[in-house]
Design a protein around this ligand. Structure first.
Ligand code: HEM
Length: 182
């Protein structure tokens, strides 16, 4: 006889005040914890048109010195209605002493990024340390990601991309609100 399946004894926390207590190294990014939703715009010189998208992002932790990160986007039509699923990614942001961050992020497009940067004053700036590509993935050379808490309920995001033979330049900008809405 096997034991009955138990509920996970160590669920993730989505708020700084929830159990488990956040690891002290999470301090610079405590304001990121939770679920965010909002809209953004994107472009790239290889694309015929700019696009508008909506996105949900979640940061959680289990008491250890890393965040679990998950983001799902979908494209919107000119009237703001959902058009189709778009980029999604998930990963782990490892917080180091002095606010250093090592982020491991994977995408279903066959791209795995390791980015490094710093977190301070509710902002983090990540640049590529290494990109690994699945054999059929499009070529991605590097990214730069900046996340900024402009107030406790607003997270802005800017993403630059060097890919498919193009130099580093703007791909995405978004403004997310805590718990949803725009
Ligand atoms: C909110 C997140 C994102 C959205 C909404 C988004 C949206 C798009 C869209 C609409 C396209 C055009 C192709 C298509 O229709 O699917 C595209 C292309 C592309 N995106 Fe993104 N993207 C996102 C994040 C990313 C990230 C994180 C990366 C890389 C790390 C990336 C790399 C690329 C590349 C390489 C292309 C192909 C360009 C080409 O072949 O000309 N995107 N993206």
């Amino acid at each position: 006889m096997s034991d009955p399946v138990q509920k996970h004894p160590y669920p993730d926390a989505l708020r700084p005040g929830a159990a488990p207590a956040p690891h002290p190294l999470l301090a610079p990014l405590l304001g990121f914890l939770g679920t965010w939703a909002g809209r953004g715009r994107g472009e790239y010189p290889t694309l015929a048109e700019d696009f508008t998208y909506a996105q949900e992002v979640t940061f959680s932790h289990d008491g250890r010195p890393f965040l679990h990160y998950e983001a799902r986007a979908w494209l919107l039509d000119a009237d703001g209605r959902p058009l189709r699923p778009s980029a999604r990614e998930s990963g782990w942001w490892r917080l180091q002493p002095d606010g250093r961050v090592e982020a491991l992020i994977t995408q279903p497009t066959g791209v795995a990024e390791i980015s490094v940067g710093r977190a301070a004053d509710g902002a983090v700036d990540l640049t590529t340390h290494q990109v690994a590509l699945a054999p059929t993935a499009k070529r991605v050379d590097a990214t730069r990601r900046r996340y900024t808490l402009t107030d406790e309920d607003t997270l802005t995001f800017v993403h630059d991309l060097a890919a498919v033979g193009q130099p580093m330049q703007h791909h995405l900008s978004a403004r997310l609100r805590r718990g949803g809405g725009n």
